[in-house]
Design a binder for this molecule. Structure first.
Ligand SMILES: [Zn+2]
Length: 252
């Protein structure tokens, strides 16, 4: 399930292979991914254009077109973006492909079809329309802003971290990792965390997302053990989502 660190990877893929190249052909193999937008409108806006800049906000990617407007990409549960050289085979589950005039193309793949490819007139307006909170790694989203965003939210810490309207970018997997690193019970009420816990949570959120080399991730399975104390992980539901948590380290 693509979360902030994964989408950051797709951003690098696009920035490294697809900028300032003329889009010669647009192929939409499953128009459901476009929602209400027609494949014809989508293709006519992109054909002949160049992508000139790419911006990530939370789990969304936005690429600016040279003649105005933005291509928007959301990856849902199983989406991905990859550059495909001209002679390479098309990756499985390709839903949208942009072929460049010189060489290769950009393939948006999505097995489960949850996600969205679209167009937006303005990136800032798009973020407002999608009701996205500040990006978890935005430089301006410092501890004071984090505290202000979560202050008084009377819900469990895991749900609050995953709420895209409060903080954009974190999903089920990275919320577990961040809480594990911060040694906080996923079911603990956000508004009842001690100031020191809140500060630790913010620091670990930044650290985990920046390095995305967390310790809990490989153990997030049935029978997984705590990487810190090796005790068996507890698996339970928090806010309707499955959480992995160490009883001893996080007190869950
Ligand atoms: Zn432990």
């Amino acid at each position: 399930m693509p979360e902030l660190p994964d989408v950051e990877g797709f951003k690098r893929e696009l920035a490294g292979n697809a900028l300032r190249k003329t889009i010669a052909r647009v192929e939409v193999s499953d128009a459901r991914i476009l929602g209400k937008l027609s494949a014809r409108t989508f293709a006519s806006r992109l054909r002949g254009a160049k992508l000139v800049a790419v911006h990530r906000h939370g789990k969304h990617l936005m690429a600016r077109m040279d003649h105005g407007g933005w291509l928007t990409l959301h990856f849902g549960l199983s989406g991905a973006l990859q550059f495909v050289p001209s002679r390479a085979e098309e990756p499985p589950f390709t839903r949208v492909r942009l072929d460049f005039a010189d060489d290769g193309g950009l393939a948006y793949t999505n097995k489960r079809m949850i996600g969205r490819v679209g167009l937006a007139a303005d990136a800032a307006d798009f973020i407002v329309e999608e009701k996205l909170g500040p990006d978890a790694l935005d430089r301006l989203f410092d501890f004071a802003a984090f505290k202000a965003a979560v202050r008084g939210v009377k819900r469990d810490a895991k749900s609050v971290l995953m709420d895209q309207e409060i903080i954009a970018g974190i999903g089920n997997i990275y919320s577990d990792e961040i809480l594990f690193q911060a040694r906080i019970n996923p079911a603990a009420r956000m508004d009842r965390l001690a100031p020191a816990e809140l500060r630790r949570l913010f620091r670990k959120m930044r650290a985990v997302l920046e390095t995305s080399a967390g310790l809990l991730l490989p153990e997030r399975r049935k029978g997984g053990r705590c990487p810190r104390c090796r005790s068996l992980l507890k698996v339970f539901k928090v806010g309707g989502r499955t959480a992995y948590c160490c009883r001893r380290c996080q007190g869950c």
